[in-house]
Design a protein around this ligand. Structure first.
Ligand SMILES: [Zn+2]
Ligand SMILES: [Zn+2]
Length: 342
């Protein structure tokens, strides 16, 4: 089969002819129909993250049709439309058995540690294949598996309840998903913070109250808009110390700040005013769980979560096009999504 593979860090991906992967008794072989091109893939290609092996087929946002199932597989059958959960965990360690499988000591990510979806076929354990309803296009199913899933996990980590208020800092794919999911989970008001006009406009179309951080101090503005109270849950999806600080400062009493954006820079806070006095919490959120995906897929099926405007570009399994797209992701930080369809 054809696969677009990373052969050497810092070099363009290459088309290689490799065998169709073999699948075991508990696995499924999926004919890939859509594979999202993610910002992480640009980091992988550049050599900024250690890969499980080389050469490796990239692509962790995958949807397709089941081609073949192993003898033990009950949850899906040949011909089913599926999307693929990218973390393959052992299912057996203490973390896996207690629903915290992202900490599985042997967790492997497709397209990072093992071959992924920039290929005609992928083999994964059957439990990683989730039914994709007919109402959701393959390319939308593929991108649900990354940013939207991570946004849902962050809201769950923030223990968002109905009638609470939310602030979302950063309106890329994560943030725009988070706004819609927060509304679906019953948030009464969602404040959307960014400095880009088009993103703020899209956020208000999804029912959020835009806060233009290029004109106002965001935390202060949110405090004013909430009558001095602050919000119950605030999500940081950018990865900058300044927005992390604002996220925490926008909280009301018993508020929860959920940090999703990646940063290695130390964060300075004032413990009494920001945490102790109002019993606020700062929570880290990383990736998502298999068990969260059926709810997410159902929200997309019912159009509560609109992914139709996230996919902006599709093209075939072509090394030149994929490398070009990864170059674009290296040069700009736009969150418009390109998806390989075949
Ligand atoms: Zn991704
Ligand atoms: Zn495990």
């Amino acid at each position: 089969m054809n696969a677009i593979r990373m052969v050497e860090p810092g070099k363009p991906l290459e088309l290689q002819r490799i065998p169709i992967p073999s699948a075991g008794e508990e696995d499924v072989l999926v004919r890939v129909r859509a594979a999202g091109i993610c910002h992480s893939d640009a980091h992988y290609r550049a050599g900024r993250s250690s890969m499980g092996r080389l050469p490796i087929t990239l692509g962790h946002e995958v949807a397709g049709e089941v081609e073949w199932v192993g003898a033990q597989v009950m949850n899906v059958k040949a011909g089913d439309r599926v999307c693929v959960h990218y973390n393959i965990s052992c299912g057996d360690c203490d973390y896996c058995r207690t629903g915290k499988e992202q900490f599985c000591t042997t967790v492997r990510m497709i397209g990072h540690h093992i071959d992924g979806g920039y290929a005609e076929y992928i083999a994964v354990p059957a439990r990683n294949a989730l039914s994709l309803p007919d109402e959701i296009l393959f390319e939308e199913g593929a991108i649900l598996m990354c940013a939207s899933a991570t946004a849902l996990h962050a809201l769950r980590k923030g223990r968002l309840k109905a009638d609470e208020t939310v602030a979302v800092f950063g309106l890329g794919g994560l943030g725009l998903s988070a706004i819609q999911l927060a509304k679906a989970l019953g948030a009464v008001e969602v404040y959307a913070v960014d400095i880009k006009q088009d993103k703020l406009e899209l956020a208000s179309e999804y029912g959020a109250i835009p806060v233009d951080a290029s004109r106002v101090e965001a935390a202060q503005e949110i405090r004013t808009l909430t009558g001095g109270k602050g919000v119950d849950v605030a999500l940081e999806m950018i990865g900058l110390p300044v927005t992390m600080k604002q996220t925490i400062e926008s909280l009301g009493v018993l508020g929860r700040a959920v940090i999703v954006g990646l940063s290695q820079i130390p964060l300075e806070i004032h413990p009494y005013y920001t945490l102790i006095g109002c019993e606020a919490e700062i929570i880290g959120s990383n990736d998502h769980l298999l068990e969260e995906l059926p709810l997410l897929i159902d929200m997309a099926r019912r159009k509560i979560l609109d992914t139709s405007r996230v996919v902006s570009q599709t093209f075939p399994l072509d090394a030149g096009r994929i490398n070009q797209r990864l170059d674009d992701l290296e040069n700009f930080t736009d969150d418009v999504r390109a998806v390989i369809v075949q």
